[in-house]
Design a protein around this ligand. Structure first.
Ligand SMILES: [Fe+2]
Length: 299
């Protein structure tokens, strides 16, 4: 039901108020889409509302929500879901993603907490995802989260994500920086973890920078440049899932726009390399098959 064409190489940037003014003069073609948190823009009028309108007329707007609280126990916020549905219709948004976390009950705490990795939680979260998908009449795309303590682990994180996604039949937002940050903080192999995820459900990718608090502690800040090992993980992700629309997440500590666009250009470069690799692989397979046929005919 998601409108994203999984085979399309697109690169986007998070739309933040701090960079709005520098976007007005952005040359066409530098970016393919913007991503926004709908909670920050729904019903916004005035100067910012007008600027948003102008951007939405030029670029597709992908949604990445903050306060759905899919893992929480408080009733789902139907008013919020309906207003997001309306926003999706109004701006023809290709995709609505959220975090596979909870953000506290009894209020929208913008602190995204990990869901306990238990069978009970799988059933609970999958039922809520189903409810949201029915209400929205489209699939929800959920992101593998970064976390610093795991409250109750009866299964591995990847087993949990697989179980939730199979039960709810939703899609995966693959955040390669979150995988990297978790791999350092929790001491696992990021490539192994990547391969364990339900990659056939991936429809969207995030790449971001983080803060190095200590050698064994990284904080998922989205406030720094993307580092080499995270780019390498993005490369590996393209090899495994194919090329997907990819967002550069930057939330604060903004460098000059040229620098941000250079990072977006790196996304494009990796997408082009991955597509070229797939083409060469396809040609090699075709040539091999032809050789096989010739040999059979000769035999
Ligand atoms: Fe993300």
């Amino acid at each position: 039901m998601t409108l994203v064409n999984k085979a399309v190489a697109l690169a986007g940037l998070g739309l933040r108020r701090d960079i709005m003014s520098s976007l007005q003069s952005l040359p066409a073609g530098e970016l393919d889409f913007f991503e926004v948190a709908p909670e920050n823009w729904i019903g916004l009028g005035g100067r910012l509302g007008k600027q948003f309108q102008a951007i939405a007329e030029r670029y597709p707007i992908y949604l990445h929500g903050l306060s759905l609280n899919i893992g929480g126990t408080a009733p789902l916020d139907i008013e919020l879901i309906d207003s997001i549905k309306q926003f999706i219709k109004q701006y023809n948004c290709p995709l609505y993603s959220e975090h596979l976390t909870y953000c506290g009950d009894g209020g929208h705490l913008y602190d995204l907490m990990p869901i306990p990795f238990t069978e009970e939680a799988v059933k609970h979260v999958a039922a809520r995802i189903g409810e949201v998908q029915d209400r929205l009449e489209q699939k929800l795309v959920l992101e593998n989260a970064s976390y610093y303590c795991a409250p109750d682990q009866h299964m591995s994180e990847s087993a949990f994500i697989n179980a939730v996604m199979a039960e709810a039949d939703c899609e995966l937002l693959l955040d390669v920086n979150n995988i990297y940050v978790n791999s350092i903080n929790h001491g696992y192999d990021p490539y192994q973890f990547l391969s364990e995820l339900p990659l056939q459900r991936a429809s969207y990718i995030h790449v971001a920078g983080h803060f190095e608090e200590a050698e064994d502690l990284r904080v998922d800040t989205h406030g720094a440049d993307v580092i080499g090992p995270v780019w390498d993980l993005l490369k590996a992700a393209y090899q495994q899932v194919g090329v997907l629309p990819t967002l550069l997440e930057r939330d604060f500590n903004f460098p000059p726009m040229d620098q941000l666009l250079a990072e977006v250009a790196t996304i494009r470069q990796l997408q082009a390399q991955a597509l070229q690799g797939q083409t060469l692989q396809g040609q090699a397979q075709q040539a091999q098959a032809q050789q096989g046929n010739t040999a059979k005919a000769a035999g």
